[in-house]
Design a protein around this ligand. Structure first.
Ligand code: ASP
Length: 306
């Protein structure tokens, strides 16, 4: 663990580094925030259960892109995070969701933003990836496409979403996006990110999560999923920046990821990310107080923490 502290909380970052070679490579997150003031035991148990399923899929030879989508669905459906069922309404009282899925093997991307009325934005993103020549669909177009693809609808948001009636930013604003990064037995990488965005966000606001290169990225050298104040992750194009630091700067994944979080903090933002490189080692740099996360360690054991 590397720890660099500063009086300016935006200059603080913490980095957890696993150094051994990993045969099974998988990490997930459930958002970054002030988790030291809450009891997170239920969410940690949930992260572990999702990791168990992911490890089983990898052992059975599942493709990285399929593991990323399946685990994102489990995280979306749980209601434990600000994604899927746990999404909060925007300032107009609507539930607008964003998601992105990227396959590092071929750089295929599927993304949706400001999507209303569908249970699993990550599944709609997968349909965009598989069944369109595009990378992202927004709003009504995304919804019409989801309907044509028979994606599961939410008929009554008041019966489905757990958080009801927040129409302004709460003082103890937390972020709770979910994400998955994975490397399969073929060595291919994939990343998924899904979110309800910031609670009380403006109608139509889209953050980093569905934007390839900002909140989500996978190529032949790295898979990244981010969480935090999305505007700052967009301003620093942080996920693609990590790949560029490795490619052009020759940095290790650890150094590239920590440097990218540091630069995002210099812009005034907070949050964190999970990333996997070709060797399969997961890294988890963040400058928030905590980041919910699960990973498989070098011994193949499941770990979860905030
Ligand atoms: N990054 C997300 C957004 O800005 C929020 C989060 O990570 O919880 O929409």
């Amino acid at each position: 663990m590397t720890l660099i502290e500063s009086s300016n909380r935006f200059l603080v970052f913490k980095e957890k580094i696993m150094t051994n070679t990993h045969s099974l490579s998988l990490a997930i997150h459930g958002g970054a925030g002030q988790y030291d003031i809450k009891d997170e035991s239920e969410r940690i148990a949930h992260l572990r259960s999702v990791m168990v399923e992911g490890r089983r899929m990898l052992r059975d030879g599942a493709l990285a892109i399929d593991v990323a989508e399946s685990l994102a669905v489990l995280l979306e459906d749980s209601g434990h995070y600000v994604a899927g069922k746990g999404t909060g309404p925007n300032s107009a009282g609507e539930y607008e969701l964003d998601a992105c899925l990227m396959n590092g093997e071929n750089r295929k991307i599927g993304a949706v933003c400001a999507l209303k009325g569908y249970k699993n934005p990550i599944c709609v993103a997968r349909k965009v990836l598989d069944n369109t020549p595009h990378v992202m669909l927004a709003g009504r177009g995304a919804e019409n496409f989801a309907s044509a693809q028979n994606c599961t609808q939410i008929l009554n948001p008041l019966d489905y979403y757990i958080i009801q009636g927040i129409t302004r930013l709460p003082e103890d604003l937390d972020t709770g996006t979910i994400g998955v990064v994975v490397r399969d037995v073929n060595g291919h990488l994939a990343a998924a990110t899904s979110t309800g965005g910031l609670l009380g966000k403006m109608q139509g606001r889209v953050g980093d999560s569905p934007l390839p290169g900002a909140g989500c990225w996978a190529d032949e050298r790295v898979a990244v999923s981010c969480t935090g104040q999305g505007e700052y992750f967009v301003k620093t194009a942080i996920a693609a920046d990590i790949s560029a630091r490795i490619r052009y700067g020759g940095y290790t994944l650890q150094a590239a990821s920590a440097g990218a979080i540091h630069d995002m903090g210099l812009q005034g933002g907070y949050g964190g990310l999970i990333a996997l490189g070709r060797s399969g080692e997961p890294v988890f740099p963040y400058n928030s107080k905590g980041m919910r996360r699960g990973w498989i360690d070098a011994e193949g054991e499941i770990q979860a923490s905030v």
